[in-house]
Design a protein around this ligand. Structure first.
Ligand code: PLP
Length: 462
């Protein structure tokens, strides 16, 4: 049988890609003049393209995912062994890796208790929203149904996850959105909405309370926040913010959902981003780093108290959580996640992340002295952003073309893949994003920063 594909012939693969694939986040017009880039192989922090050129990946697979690096045979072997034995069963039946990973995960999350599996960050957040909605119906006659989300945060791509997204770049042209989602202001002090205020963190958190009071506290059931905002500009929350948020949620009986899809599984130097701030969440969602991209898996983790609400009235046929995710029954995900977590522990990668993250921030701060274009460097662990400005005084962001020129220069001249926050958002399209795998060494960081240094030199001279 002629299947019309020779996997060793990259020219054919490129043609198949060009003519058959609809890429994520891509304006395809460009592929009329340039070839799509294929990533053929990966090891550690390095990947190789179709021409055999090596790249240093400073963004963990483009979207903060490959936390333990490429080419991990022990994960591949664990997944293979599991799939041969038992690949899938969904619904009320359990599986060995599902149960065992849940136990390992909860051991890292004091105060949390139950793990609900699905496949993507968007889906994990949708589950959280459904929990809030069902609690609203069960306890508040459906009235406490609104869910607050924050400007600049992102929680996923489905229409309802987008309805809770604070980035217009992602939302434009996809409305109308799901009702019941309400935006609260962001907490980026560098771009304060209230001018210079003494206690910016408390001010920004109080803005959440203002929205709650405006909407009516009896209508607000949930609040979703990223512990450190990712695609919205690598926003590390200001001092005092989280303490006040926690108080507000307790005061108005609001379910606090922490979206750890990016920050989770070591990215910030703790197992979870929220653990830096002493937060006590009701729900934590996670995806990307859970299995480092070796398998698709996401988790919606809740407290026991929240879980108990769903079995409190067994006589009521609608009272249990009537949700299913077919591929939440895949065993490859938790099998990969178990090995992924063991690697993080065996190689002491949380400590490495904290240390290398500080080193990366220091190096970028050094560049700040050299280039006025770097307005602010911020980060937590190996999750770092450098915001670029046209003028340090006014903090006007550089045009998107400048950010893209720097990203493009790093790739072209030094084969270093770096990221940038979303396009077309005023003040948002100007942050370089760096999030190498958590195995990064000082040499890797030096290579990344020197590529940025050279790129800034060339772009500012042009
Ligand atoms: N939450 C955050 C913070 C994210 O950054 C993302 C994706 O980038 C998501 C949720 C959605 O995850 P997924 O793309 O797996 O649906």
């Amino acid at each position: 049988m002629n299947i019309n594909v020779d996997v060793n012939d990259f020219s054919q693969v490129i043609e198949n890609d060009r003519t058959r694939i609809w890429h994520h986040l891509t304006q395809h017009k460009k592929f009329e003049t340039v070839d799509p880039l294929l990533i053929i192989e990966g090891k550690g922090l390095r990947v190789w393209n179709q021409a055999g050129r090596e790249h240093l990946d400073a963004v963990s697979g483009g979207v903060w995912t490959v936390n333990v690096g490429y080419g991990r045979e022990r994960i591949a072997n664990a997944v293979r062994d599991q799939l041969v034995k038992m690949n899938f069963f969904a619904g009320s039946m359990g599986t060995i890796p599902g149960a065992n990973f849940a136990e390992m995960l909860i051991a890292k999350m004091p105060g949390m208790s139950r793990v609900y599996y699905s496949n993507s960050g968007s889906e994990a957040n949708e589950k959280a929203y459904k929990i809030v909605r069902q609690i609203s119906h069960q306890k508040h006659g459906g009235k406490k149904h609104k869910i607050l989300y924050r400007e600049r945060d992102y929680h996923g791509t489905t229409i309802t996850a987008l309805s809770s997204g604070g980035q217009q770049e992602r939302k434009g042209m996809y409305g109308p959105f799901t009702p019941g989602f309400v935006e609260v202001p962001h907490c980026l002090e560098y771009r304060s909405q209230w001018g210079e205020v003494e206690d910016y963190g408390v001010r920004a958190a109080n803005a959440i309370e203002e929205v709650i009071l405006r909407e009516g506290a009896d209508t607000v059931g949930g609040l979703i926040l990223e512990p450190v905002t990712a695609g919205g500009g690598v926003i590390v929350p200001p001092a005092g913010y989280w303490e006040r948020v926690q108080e507000i949620c307790a005061k108005y009986d609001i379910i606090l959902i922490i979206d750890e899809v990016v920050c989770g599984m070591g990215r910030t130097g703790e197992w979870f981003g929220y653990q830096h701030y002493g937060i006590k969440p009701d729900i934590v969602t996670m995806a990307k780093g859970v299995a480092s991209g070796y398998a698709a898996i996401s988790c919606t983790v809740t407290t026991e108290a929240l879980f108990e609400e769903f079995k409190s009235d067994p006589e009521e046929p609608m009272s249990y959580f009537r949700d299913i995710s077919t591929f939440g029954g895949c065993t490859g995900g938790p099998a990969a996640a178990i090995e992924n977590m063991r690697i993080l522990e065996d190689e002491n990668l949380l400590a490495n992340t904290a240390k290398m993250g500080d080193y990366l921030v220091d190096k970028l701060e050094g560049l700040k002295g050299k280039y006025d274009m770097i307005g602010e460097v911020r980060g937590k662990g190996l999750f770092v952003g450098a915001e670029l400005v046209a003028d340090r005084e006014t903090r006007d962001p550089v045009p998107e073309s400048v950010t893209q020129a720097i990203v493009g220069d790093c790739m072209k001249n030094n084969a270093v893949v770096i990221g940038a926050t979303n396009r077309s958002l005023p003040g948002l399209n100007n942050t370089l994003c760096l999030s190498p795998a958590l195995i990064a060494t000082k040499d890797d960081i030096d290579e990344i920063v020197s590529a940025i240094d050279e790129a800034l030199g060339r772009v500012t001279a042009a």
